[in-house]
Design a protein around this ligand. Structure first.
Ligand SMILES: [Fe+2]
Length: 228
């Protein structure tokens, strides 16, 4: 099964000028209208799902432009808590998101790419070269985090898989102060993406990623998952 996923893996890709300022404005107004799906006070993150019946024409514009670059795919976003179809997830966070992977929970699926559409500036996303083929997991060595319940499984199994070198101290200081450096052992950064409104970042769902620690106030981004 991994072979089918690996066949479709590639380097992260940025599509510039994917949407106009007016289209971004429209997306932010949808965001305001949508109901809150999750409000996690501990992680200081608010999540809303883009219900597929909201502005389907904007969804079609995005899909067409992305498919032109990366070829055919299916969307693979979990339904809303009310059972409605979701185009993806809006995340408004005031705290950097920790190390994780968004691989889902269905091993029969051929995982493909995930997208990040920045809706504010000032955010940074760190994508690692390291890949994981298990379920959606938050990787941590913090006992409180390992006990926490959420959508993702909590685990420190990455340290067994990527065993090896200490993480680069300079890069830790520059981008990843919110992570314990011991939790990053064996990891290597593929890219640090500086959020820019109007662009979209596309990378493989098997790649570990997190926010950088350089977050001044808050950021809003839209993310979506795909499979083949
Ligand atoms: Fe993610």
């Amino acid at each position: 099964m991994h072979q089918k996923i690996k066949k479709n893996e590639s380097k992260p890709l940025i599509i510039k000028r994917i949407l106009t300022k007016n289209q971004i404005k429209k997306i932010l107004s949808i965001y305001n209208d949508l109901p809150v799906e999750i409000n996690n006070k501990r992680q200081k993150i608010k999540k809303k799902k883009w219900i597929t019946s909201y502005e389907p024409n904007l969804q079609a514009i995005l899909l067409k432009k992305i498919k032109k670059k990366i070829g055919y795919f299916k969307l693979d976003n979990p339904k809303t808590k009310d059972g409605l179809g979701s185009f993806g997830l809006f995340q408004e966070s005031q705290k950097p998101v920790n190390l994780h992977v968004d691989t889902g929970f269905n091993f029969k699926k051929i995982l493909f790419k995930q997208f990040l559409l920045p809706l504010s500036s000032g955010g940074e996303t760190v994508v690692f070269k390291n890949r994981f083929y298990g379920c959606s997991t938050t990787f941590s060595i913090d006992s409180r985090e390992l006990k926490a319940k959420g959508y993702n499984k909590r685990s420190s199994e990455h340290l067994k898989i990527f065993k090896g070198k200490d993480f680069d101290k300079e890069k830790h200081k520059k981008y990843l102060k919110h992570e314990n450096i011991e939790n990053l052992k064996g990891l290597e950064i593929e890219m640090v993406y500086k959020w820019k409104i109007g662009e979209i970042l596309i990378w493989d769902r098997t790649q570990l990623h997190c926010s950088s620690s350089n977050l001044k106030n808050q950021k809003i981004g839209f993310t979506a998952l795909t499979c083949k």
